[in-house]
Design a protein around this ligand. Structure first.
Ligand SMILES: CC(C)(COP(=O)(O)OP(=O)(O)OC[C@H]1O[C@@H](n2cnc3c(N)ncnc32)[C@H](O)[C@@H]1OP(=O)(O)O)[C@@H](O)C(=O)NCCC(=O)NCCS
Length: 215
């Protein structure tokens, strides 16, 4: 029987961490083996990987890739807009995205994860949470009870989304950013590193500081 192979979409620096995450998923919790990376600059990406000591191959471009029956996908792009564009285009071509949930990560009861979700080391999703597709939770990111995180959001390391908070589509949170209980962040907004959102951020804004204010 042919085994499924995992393709990591994007071969930048974060892709090496995603590879590490994939390598740490035990065999009984996956139905794929690591296949390689896709990147729109395959030769450069391969050289970069080689320089970083990674021998996993860059198999080709993302742009013209035609998903095969045994391909499984996960995306290693952090920027939400690019991530959504790339993933949704691949999904329209038939790509099947899996979730990479590290063994140290936790998902509470009655919570739901979409597909293409990454939960890296010690990421925590509490109870009754909804996590959309292509959401990236970096190490130690935490999502509190009853929160909603829509498609394509990226939570950098140590982010804290507290209870009943709502992140719209494609929100980016810098490292150590926090969203207070019940606060709402509009689609494609960015919360700067270390910033704390008290109540509400409109769509497409960048907010910074404590309390977070638009720039
Ligand atoms: C919010 C952010 C995107 C802004 O980037 P930018 O548009 O390039 O802004 P600049 O660096 O030019 O900074 C603009 C101003 O905001 C201030 N500022 C930038 N980031 C800030 C932050 N997180 N908190 C408070 N102030 C901040 C700068 O000091 C500067 O102030 P000044 O105009 O008085 O000098 C960026 O600073 C940030 O926080 N990125 C998150 C990075 C991250 O955590 N990545 C995770 C690992 S991948």
């Amino acid at each position: 029987v042919e085994r499924n192979r995992l393709l990591i979409v994007g071969a930048g620096d974060f892709a090496r961490e995603v590879l590490w995450c994939a390598e740490e998923i035990p065999a009984h919790r996956r139905d794929w083996d690591i296949g390689g990376f896709l990147d729109d600059r395959p030769e450069e990406a391969q050289a970069r990987m080689r320089d970083s000591g990674v021998s996993v191959p860059v198999l080709g471009k993302i742009g013209d890739y035609q998903p095969q029956v045994h391909d499984r996908f996960i995306c290693a792009i952090g920027a939400p807009q690019t991530k959504l564009m790339v993933c949704e285009t691949l999904a329209e071509r038939g790509a099947v995205f899996v979730n990479l949930v590290h063994p140290t990560a936790a998902v509470g009861p009655r919570s739901h994860l979409g597909h293409g979700v990454i939960m890296w080391r010690y990421a925590t999703v509490s109870t009754n949470v909804v996590i959309g597709n292509f959401v990236t939770l970096n190490c130690y990111a935490s999502v509190g009870h009853d929160a909603v995180v829509e498609d394509g959001c990226t939570l950098s390391a140590h982010c804290d989304v507290t209870g009943h908070a709502h992140l719209g589509r494609g929100v980016f949170m810098g490292t150590h950013a926090a969203i207070l209980p019940g606060a709402r962040i509009g689609s494609f907004s960015t919360v700067g590193a270390g910033s704390i959102v008290l109540r509400r951020v409109a769509e497409g804004l960048t907010v910074l500081g404590v309390p977070a204010k638009p720039i």
